[in-house]
Design a binder for this molecule. Structure first.
Ligand SMILES: C[S@@+](CC[C@H](N)C(=O)[O-])C[C@H]1O[C@@H](n2cnc3c(N)ncnc32)[C@H](O)[C@@H]1O
Length: 255
């Protein structure tokens, strides 16, 4: 799947806010000689990590050359690495492994989370935010549209169960392996502007892989069909803007 930094950053503010909220919950005295941002994308959160730990070695990892190309000019102090999160490993035990809105793209969290914890130094922190909006109309209508059109045969394999589990699941998986654990959810009441803002929002992330699985004319028809459905599901507020509630799961685990 190829990422489009311009489309992603159309909603840069609402997308960055969870990263800032996650950072605010990190232990105030956390020493992080090495801080890693997994799935750093265009680097908005990575830059904040570099500011908070000015002496640290900071590494941003992502497998999208397009996203990294947008990130790299913003901060020469960060080491930007192109790599797959399923294979990449820290060069030495990390004080902080941070990941905002990326780990839901990886399968097998049963294996992934212990592997990440094992790369922390003692006292190091794993801090993760993942969307958990897969039951909302924004995401359910992607699946409904995929299964209800001439594209069905091609898109049905993409209609898969939600990639992120319940908070309870992460607590049960992680608690035995950490000295402190904080798990919570926030449903952001995002107020968006512009035409078809919910469709434009998902087009920067979850909708992409459906569009990219189709030839251009069919992708355009699919996008228009989904846009009409999602427009009806998120009617405008009295002032013409659109309320798009979005639930996110947060994890701060101390090794
Ligand atoms: C929604 S963006 C989040 C970017 C950034 N963390 C932020 O908060 O703006 C998800 C990022 O994860 C990256 N990503 C997804 N799966 C990946 C994988 N398996 N390996 C490396 N990067 C991955 C994508 O390339 C994309 O840049």
């Amino acid at each position: 799947m190829s990422w489009n930094p311009e489309q992603y950053l159309k909603f840069a503010g609402p997308r960055l806010q969870p990263a800032l909220d996650l950072m605010a919950r990190l232990p105030a005295d956390l020493a992080a000689p090495l801080a890693v941002d997994l799935g750093c994308g265009t680097g908005s959160a990575t830059l904040r990590l570099a500011e908070r730990w000015p002496q640290a070695e900071v590494i941003g990892v992502d497998d999208s050359a397009d996203m990294l190309a947008r990130a790299a000019p913003a901060c020469s102090r960060v080491r930007w690495v192109q790599g797959h999160l399923g294979h990449w490993r820290v060069p030495s035990p990390a004080g902080l492994i941070f990941s905002n809105a990326a780990l839901h793209w990886l399968p097998d969290h049963v294996t992934l989370f212990p592997t990440l914890l094992s790369q922390l130094a003692p006292g190091g922190v794993l801090a993760v935010q993942m969307p958990r909006n897969f039951g909302a109309p924004s995401h359910q209508l992607i699946h409904a549209t995929a299964l209800d059109g001439p594209w069905r045969a091609r898109l049905a394999p993409l209609v898969t169960p939600p990639p992120v589990g319940e908070p309870r699941w992460y607590i049960e998986q992680l608690a035995p392996h950490v000295t402190a654990l904080d798990v919570w959810e926030t449903e952001y009441q995002q107020v968006l502007t512009g035409p078809d803002p919910v469709k434009e929002y998902t087009k920067g992330t979850w909708l992409m892989r459906f569009l990219q699985a189709l030839p251009p004319d069919e992708a355009a028809a699919f996008e228009a069909d989904y846009a009409a459905r999602v427009r009806a599901a998120y009617p405008p507020l009295a002032d013409g803007r659109t309320l798009f509630p979005f639930r996110r799961l947060f994890i701060v685990a101390v090794r």
